[in-house]
Design a protein around this ligand. Sequence first.
Ligand SMILES: *[C@@H]1O[C@H](CO)[C@@H](O)[C@H](O)[C@H]1NC(C)=O
Ligand SMILES: *[C@@H]1O[C@H](CO)[C@@H](O)[C@H](O)[C@H]1NC(C)=O
Ligand SMILES: *[C@@H]1O[C@H](CO)[C@@H](O)[C@H](O)[C@H]1NC(C)=O
Ligand SMILES: *[C@@H]1O[C@H](CO)[C@@H](O)[C@H](O)[C@H]1NC(C)=O
Ligand SMILES: *[C@@H]1O[C@H](CO)[C@@H](O)[C@H](O)[C@H]1NC(C)=O
Length: 433
Amino acid sequence: MKNHIASILSRLSLLLPMESNNKQQKKTIWFLPLVCSFLFCFLFISASLFSYYGLSPFSLSLKTPVFAESKLHISSTSSINSIPRIAYLISGSTGDGESLKRILKALYHPLNQYVVHLDLEASVAERLDLVDFVRSEPIFAKVGNVRVVVRSNLVTYTGPTMVSNTLHAAAILYREGGDWDWFINLSASDYPLVTQDDLLHTLFSFPRHLNFIEHTSDIGWKELQRAKPLIIDPGLYSRQKSNVYWVTEKRSVPTAFKLFTGSAWMMLSRPFIEYCLWGWDNLPRIVLMYYANFLSSPEGYFHTVICNTEEFRSTTVNHDLHFISWDDPPKQHPHFLNVNDFQRMVGSNAPFARKFGRNDSVLDKIDEELLSRSADGFVHGGWFDNGSNMSSSAPQYSPVNATMLRPGPGAERLKLLINGLLSQEDIHEKQCI
Ligand SMILES: *[C@@H]1O[C@H](CO)[C@@H](O)[C@H](O)[C@H]1NC(C)=O
Ligand SMILES: *[C@@H]1O[C@H](CO)[C@@H](O)[C@H](O)[C@H]1NC(C)=O
Ligand SMILES: *[C@@H]1O[C@H](CO)[C@@H](O)[C@H](O)[C@H]1NC(C)=O
Ligand SMILES: *[C@@H]1O[C@H](CO)[C@@H](O)[C@H](O)[C@H]1NC(C)=O
Ligand SMILES: *[C@@H]1O[C@H](CO)[C@@H](O)[C@H](O)[C@H]1NC(C)=O
């Protein structure tokens, strides 16, 4: 078609001088505007036709796809030669202030990013106390990588506000947290079993696009108890905290996408978080709207999005990186871990464990034996030396030393776990099945 237009144009340019050379001047007077308007109409109609079909007659390439979102563009991950960085959300509710401070110090590393959230149920005094704590810690002020969520969310247990709170923190970290590689969501009742030097050192050698998310499409009893009933979470629209409630109507199991379920604890890659926040092909938004009425959405939202997206399905590793001990038969909450569980925790090689009671003595044992963290201090590692002052809670920090990781036995345990997961022959049979 382009050739056609071009040939008309060239014929016309030949035609015009010929006509002007012609002695029939009168004919030319009406003939020229006629040809021009004909040409103009032709160009106009063909341009609108072409652009309707997504083909521009004026662009050199005709390869523009018919559907704008037909193929997702997955963002690239950071250079494999750089130390990976983790973005953490640590959230709690009323009474969790002290636990949040403790876990923040146990997880702290200058290369990472942190968002701390105390939900709206916590008193103003408790939230101000947390803000003061973060402001007055010299190392936090110096590095500037700890943020307290100012616009706190009301988070309803088992309600969709848990997922929206997670997405809120992910959005803050995405916009302000620089170049991190993985996002980890923890609560005040979680605790690390390895140091951040162990974690960063171990993750260094693994692909940055991996998503550690425990999942299955075998929803079992959840079909009747979770997928069909409809709930409303008042936390979405009310300033007063109250429980979710059920409506009498039921809905059928979705056919537009497949439901997946699994653990509410996960480590997600930056490209996947970016996709969830932007939702270029709209799936993350549609699924979020669907989960607004789903009981315990944190156990399904990210699982369903990732497994229904071709580009991300093969990046899943079916594990939640947590040691969680369920009673047998399982009750609604996992069993509270204590010193008797210590060996099993270490033996699991998992980097995190839950659920811990506030200030339980097993946390002191973890501090002492796994993290070499003094009471109220930071976890020792390459970024600060314990040589000078073991009890110091305000270490001398140098940005150069932050990149000198000093991994310990935790790194070996974690490597064993991840290598085991990735070398399983049936790893592909565990992805989104
Ligand atoms: C994120 O963290 C909260 C803890 O505050 C937890 O309850 C929730 O289930 C987690 N997971 C997701 C996917 O939001
Ligand atoms: C935690 O428990 C220890 C004793 O194990 C106690 O000395 C300390 O005051 C407690 N801290 C808080 C914040 O409750
Ligand atoms: C630093 O802490 C580790 C772990 O507790 C210990 O093995 C090491 O000896 C300490 N270093 C110094 C110089 O005290
Ligand atoms: C170690 O640090 C603590 C708290 O910062 C301080 O009170 C103490 O004097 C320091 N000790 C030495 C030997 O520097
Ligand atoms: C950085 O690390 C080196 C070697 O581990 C140590 O000698 C030095 O004191 C550290 N610098 C700071 C500012 O901590």
